[in-house]
Design a protein around this ligand. Structure first.
Ligand code: HEC
Ligand code: HEC
Length: 325
């Protein structure tokens, strides 16, 4: 009888550890309700028809239309004097599957909530991330989302030369401060346009425990103006809570600055995180936490992110996004 009990207890422990293992290794597509704001997707809504009429934006002598900007084999070159010549892979990509890096990431590497800012990231880090996307070591918690799928496809089909050229280009750009973070109980009333929040009317809506990251001017954002700015509404109290987690006084080895540098601008091969899109940062922390971002460098980040609740992630990314990039 005692033996049988031992066997049953042993079996139960085995089942429990298998469950844990499964939970750790395969939770892709399990979206956490508390972070759904970082994974927006609503295919049915477009902000406007693709207007073919070229327009200008402040400070630029160039003219492009929304229709051109929606072409994914094209990166609008609004401020050609502000950066080196874009390599072909950044400016136009290569048909049929390699969309222009600069279309999604912008000519100045600033991007928005939907992709990732790349300006100033170490070239070797960029090359490693593309290798990780290609091998499947780096995935997203929501594999079905088109922006991430097209990123993975780009990494799969780009040649080594194209990746080197793009990595060199983006690493030499200076990050721009385009993000403003505001603590608030409410956000402007929003609608979801494809992969981003946009203002709808003049009203307000409760923020809850979300972050609402909004382009300040939807048209400039959709014209891929690399200097388009954003406001992120974050819950009241998150900046203070985020600072405490970032400093991690109780466990100094987990302090972000140990690896990401004093101002979180990155050190050596470790990427800078300061002033970047909170939606992007949240997707990454969650991907490390559940083990779907698993590339060569991820081993250092996993113990940090595994401890975070969804609300911790909100606080950390609110604070980190508020810093100067
Ligand atoms: C269709 C849009 C799209 C195109 C084209 C695209 N990307 Fe991306 N890229 C993304 C998205 C979306 C992410 C963020 C994925 C996430 O949130 O997990 C990303 C992430 C990245 C990252 C990770 C950044 C970091 O800080 O770790 C790098 C590096 C990158 N892209 C480089 C490139 C390069 C180089 C090209 C061209 C060869 C390219 N991308 C083309 C959408 C795109
Ligand atoms: C022990 C070193 C270490 C510590 C401590 C650390 N990180 Fe990281 N972090 C890394 C490395 C290395 C990477 C790159 C991972 C990879 O290559 O996939 C990274 C990547 C990241 C990324 C993804 C960046 C990108 O461009 O995609 C975020 C976000 C991040 N860390 C946030 C934090 C925060 C917030 C803290 C503190 C709470 C922190 N990290 C503490 C080493 C560390």
């Amino acid at each position: 009888m005692r033996d049988l009990r031992h066997v049953i207890v042993g079996l139960l422990a085995l089942v429990a550890s298998c469950d844990q293992l499964l939970a750790q290794t395969n939770t892709a597509n399990d979206l956490p309700a508390g972070l759904s704001w970082a994974y927006l997707w609503n295919d049915s809504v477009h902000s406007q028809p693709p207007d073919p009429q070229p327009v200008q934006i402040p400070g630029s002598t160039m003219q492009y239309s929304v229709q051109q900007a929606r072409n994914m084999f094209f990166a609008a070159n609004w401020f050609p004097d502000a950066h080196p010549l874009m390599p072909a892979v950044v400016e136009s990509g290569r048909k049929p599957d390699l969309r222009a890096c600069g279309g999604c990431h912008r000519a100045e590497g600033t991007a928005g909530a939907d992709s990732a800012s790349l300006a100033g990231l170490p070239a070797v880090y960029i090359v490693q991330q593309l290798a990780d996307f290609k091998s499947g070591a780096r995935q997203s918690a929501l594999q079905s989302r088109p922006p991430e799928n097209l990123m993975t496809l780009a990494a799969q089909v780009a040649t080594d030369e194209e990746i080197q050229a793009a990595a060199k280009y983006f690493s030499e750009l200076k990050p721009k401060p385009v993000m403003r973070v505001v603590e608030s109980d409410t956000a402007p009333a929003t609608t979801i346009i494809r992969y981003f929040y946009a203002r709808q009317g003049e009203g307000k809506e409760p923020l809850g425990r979300r972050i609402v990251e909004l382009p300040d001017d939807v048209e400039r954002y959709e014209l891929h103006d690399p200097r388009a700015t954003f406001t992120a509404y974050v819950p009241v109290g998150s900046l203070k809570k985020g600072l405490a987690i970032v400093q991690s006084k109780a466990n100094p080895a987990m302090a972000c600055a140990v690896c990401h540098g004093a101002d979180l601008h990155g050190v050596g091969l470790v990427p800078g995180i300061a002033g970047r899109s909170p939606s992007y940062l949240a997707r990454q922390l969650y991907a490390f936490k559940i083990g779907v971002r698993n590339g060569a460098g991820a081993a250092l980040m996993k113990p940090v992110a595994e401890r975070f609740s969804e609300d911790d992630i909100v606080a950390v990314v609110a604070y980190v996004a508020s810093l100067t990039p």
